[in-house]
Design a protein around this ligand. Structure first.
Ligand code: HEM
Length: 332
């Protein structure tokens, strides 16, 4: 037993493996064992290189002939190109961008004659607005001294400035029109009904935020049009129930022109520098962030509610003429 323990100990120190007592009984044998192992290991490696390198090289060359066989390609696309329903679904599901769309959809639900494409157009306009808006931010300062001058500078001196500003303006007008039309379509097709009530409510919020985006952008050129529009708009806020100093119960709640909701919106009691800065921050940061989050929820819900609602099922004449079974057969 003592001998065995000693042997095991020697195995450990020389680092050889194998059953204790059969190999590496003393230091000398241990060294021979290691040498043999290293030699056979190296031989194996050389043999592997002889066979592996040519086969790997062949693989690479084949890959160059057919790019779909390269490691880069197969690491990105993990399925074949066969045009089968299963493979098409896999193609969509295993791609981060494509998987945003469902793998299968109801053909009738995505017809333009049904959706008018208005939800998609509204979203597309929002993307254009974000893109052109960020570019406009490079030239615009939200201060009383510079704002209007920046707009003139954009209109007359900045290369492509006029088209940039007008793309932003026109996309803004169109987005307001598109969102109304989208809501109208959803209403006409009854798509606000179960199970889509929640998404209708998200939509109502999106409508409000779209209008707020439009309204806050109005003041930014700091021209007469925007100034008076915001003067009228925020004067209406005086009459807000509870929160406006002229609104129902406002007076009782201690609202004055210097602490009510209008004061909060303008950052003062008149439309001036603070109002311009607040409009700018709401317009460029606050509202777009909230609207983007709501849009993500909105699109997610469209998927979770079973996709776009789709028109009622259409029957062929021969299907309609077929004798029916079940309770409806008796005309109930
Ligand atoms: C920024 C605003 C909005 C965007 C970007 C947007 C986008 C979309 C998109 C892309 C769809 C898929 C179907 C389609 O294109 O028609 C959709 C569906 C829907 N939207 Fe909107 N939407 C917005 C505002 C609204 C508003 C204001 C409402 C209603 C108050 C609304 C209610 C709905 C409902 C209920 C659906 C499901 C319709 C169905 O399944 O047929 N959305 N939305």
């Amino acid at each position: 037993m003592a001998e065995e323990n000693k042997t095991n100990g020697s195995n450990l120190t020389t680092g050889t493996t194998g059953a204790p007592g059969t190999n590496g009984r003393n230091g000398k044998d241990g060294k021979v064992g290691i040498l043999e192992k290293v030699t056979t290991g190296v031989k194996d490696d050389i043999q592997a290189l002889r066979t592996d390198i040519p086969s790997k090289a062949k693989e690479q060359i084949d890959g160059l002939k057919d790019p779909t066989k390269t490691q880069v390609y197969t690491s990105i696309f993990r399925h074949k190109h066969d045009d089968t329903p299963r493979n098409r679904a896999l193609g969509v599901l295993s791609n981060v961008f494509l998987h945003l769309h469902p793998a299968k959809i109801n053909r009738d639900a995505v017809r333009y004659s049904y959706t008018w494409g208005m939800g998609g157009i509204t979203f597309y306009l929002f993307i254009i607005l974000t893109y052109t808006g960020v570019l406009l931010m490079f030239y615009y300062h939200p201060t009383k001294v510079q704002a209007f001058r920046d707009v003139l500078y954009l209109e007359h001196d900045v290369p492509f400035g006029k088209i940039l500003r007008n793309m932003h303006r026109w996309a803004a007008h169109l987005m307001v029109i598109a969102v109304w039309l989208h809501m109208f379509r959803v209403f006409l097709t009854g798509s606000y009904k179960k199970p889509r009530e929640f998404n209708w409510n998200i939509g109502v919020l999106l409508l409000v935020f779209t209008l707020l985006l439009s309204f806050t952008g109005y003041l930014l050129p700091d021209d007469q049009l925007g100034f008076w529009a915001v003067t009228v708009g925020t004067n209406m806020a005086r009459a807000t129930p509870l929160l406006g100093h002229e609104g129902p119960f406002g007076h009782q709640l201690g609202m004055t022109p210097y602490n009510d909701v209008r004061f909060g919106l303008l950052g003062g009691s008149i439309v001036d520098a603070n109002a311009l800065l607040r409009s700018y921050i709401w317009h460029c940061i606050g509202i777009p962030i909230v609207a983007s989050v709501l849009m993500i929820v909105h699109f997610w819900r469209v998927r979770k509610d079973g996709g776009i609602s789709g028109p009622g099922q259409v029957m062929l004449q021969e299907e309609a003429d077929k004798p029916r079974r079940g309770p409806k057969a008796a005309g109930e």
